[in-house]
Design a protein around this ligand. Structure first.
Ligand code: GNR
Ligand code: NI
Length: 167
């Protein structure tokens, strides 16, 4: 197990399209385990592989208070979505920034689990938000892309300043 370094906006590597995983093997499971450890340490409620510089369609999520209910998503696809809901989002790749984003209120998602078996999951509330946020990362999309050009520019400036002070 290992804690992996997280890329930060505006790193261009966050903009790459992630590639499907051909087979859930021991290497994939090692990635899932490292991502989960990295997410818990951050701490965050979700993490997508591109955030740790791995261009694969792999996501981990745990929205539980107790941090003992991990969800693993390999090659996730949203099958159905319904409704709209605004939620204040943050992102481990855009630290200290929180902004409202509108997404589907309910999703049905299909993915492979840690064992490589396909499964489906229905989600609303925070889990639905998080699934959509993480799948966006696989497309090279960040929550700041839903904001105005002006806001995104301000966030980019803040991030560059934060980087100079903390890294
Ligand atoms: O830890 C996280 N919290 C969060 C809060 C509201 C909406 C989305 C998220 S995901 C984020 C972790 C992260 O950046 N995942 O990509
Ligand atoms: Ni994120």
């Amino acid at each position: 197990m290992a804690i992996l370094p997280i890329l930060h906006f505006p790193d261009p590597r966050l903009r790459n399209q992630a590639q499907p995983v051909a087979k859930v093997d021991d290497e994939t499971r090692a990635l899932l385990d490292d991502m989960l450890e990295t997410m818990y340490a951050a701490p965050g409620i979700g993490l997508a592989a591109p955030q740790v510089n791995v261009a694969k369609r792999v996501i981990v999520i745990d929205i539980s208070e107790e941090r003992n209910d991990p969800h693993y998503f390999v090659n996730p696809e949203i099958l159905t979505q319904r409704g709209n809901e605004v939620f204040e989002e943050g992102c481990l790749s855009v630290p200290n920034i929180y902004e409202n984003v509108e997404r589907a209120a309910w999703v049905r998602v299909q993915a492979l689990g840690r064992d490589g078996q396909p499964y489906e999951l229905e989600a609303d509330g925070l889990l639905a938000v998080c699934i959509q946020h993480e799948i966006d990362h696989l497309e090279g999309k960040l929550f700041v892309d839903y904001l105005s050009e002006l806001k995104r520019g301000r966030i980019r400036k803040k991030m560059e300043k934060w980087r100079r002070h903390t890294l």
